[in-house]
Design a protein around this ligand. Sequence first.
Ligand code: ZN
Length: 387
Amino acid sequence: MDSALLVKQVNLSMIPEIITIPLRHMASGDCLSLQVYKFRGSQPGKKVYIQSNLHGAEIAGNTVIHHLIKFLQNSKDTDLVGEIWLVPVCNPIGTNERSHHFASGRYCTYEGKDWNRIFWDYEKETNDLSRFVQSQLQFPVEVIRKNYLRKIKEKFTAANQVTQSSGIPYTKKFRYQLQSLSIDADYLIDLHSSSNQGLTYLYYFRDRQDSAKYFQLDFGILLNKYDGDAFDEAFIKPWLALESALQGLGRNIQFDVEAWTLELGTGMQINPKSVAMGVWGIKNYLVHKGVLQTPIDSPGNSNSHAMSLKSRTTDTRYYAPRGGMIQLQVELSREVKTGDTLYQIISFNKEGKLPTVINIVAQQDGLVYDVATNQVVNEGEYVLATI
Ligand SMILES: [Zn+2]
């Protein structure tokens, strides 16, 4: 075959580069690792980073990534512009943790930290943003993006030395590994679910509502109130801060940098509908962003609705006012009105009296989007949420 023919050859299936990264050496002598599947298209373009299972019980995203791996394997390299990096089971400690039958891996119990509140946030570390913005005003967007990313990476490397002779806490090494894989991505997708029973929706950030709708999930929640040091926040907050600073000096720029947390249904379960919605939503998003060039199958009429967008400030979480047994009066996805009964508590006592039933009503109108799996509560424990 002559070289001209070779150049024209299209790979009818893509083979990912698979990188295994040692993560933690355990007391038993075993070693935990991360594994990254890197698919690269025939043309350069955006970098997409997708991970799943940062919280131990939130497993549906692993199945979504498996579907994406199969889909990309069966695609041509000309169908992909840029690259997609996939990291399933991104937190092996969390994934493997059990308490009897239950997957309880939301926290690093050794350090007492939520696995998704540990990430390094450049915005908190930088104090020369206004000086940087002044120096960039005359440059085109792409040059500003490159210069800013270089600054983030330099500071990230300096602030996250993982090879100190005195050693570092594990959460710092863990965050370093995940953020060093993703810090230069254009689009970042973190796949979660409820730890309890939840709908299929996403969290999105300021000015990204048009892209949010490409996912076509049940609804989207604007993160206008931060949890602090979550994976998606730590990734995008520096870019939002840069946009605000530029705007303050009269340049309106929106960088094509986006972060999403998808919530794929119920914890400890792989709900086929949530998985199908997640897979289709991600593909549809990537088609609209020009990363995937393939037409994708329509999911049918059920997904053809306009995705509704909500604000986190209307989120109401209900906590038990007394201990007892929960009798749920509403189910997931119910729209409730102020004053509707949400649940009842059968409350026992040790005062020589008969048990009582307490009625809990909705404080405001909203959609029931998350419900506790456990129907027994101590006072102050979580029961359900509306938005
Ligand atoms: Zn989570």
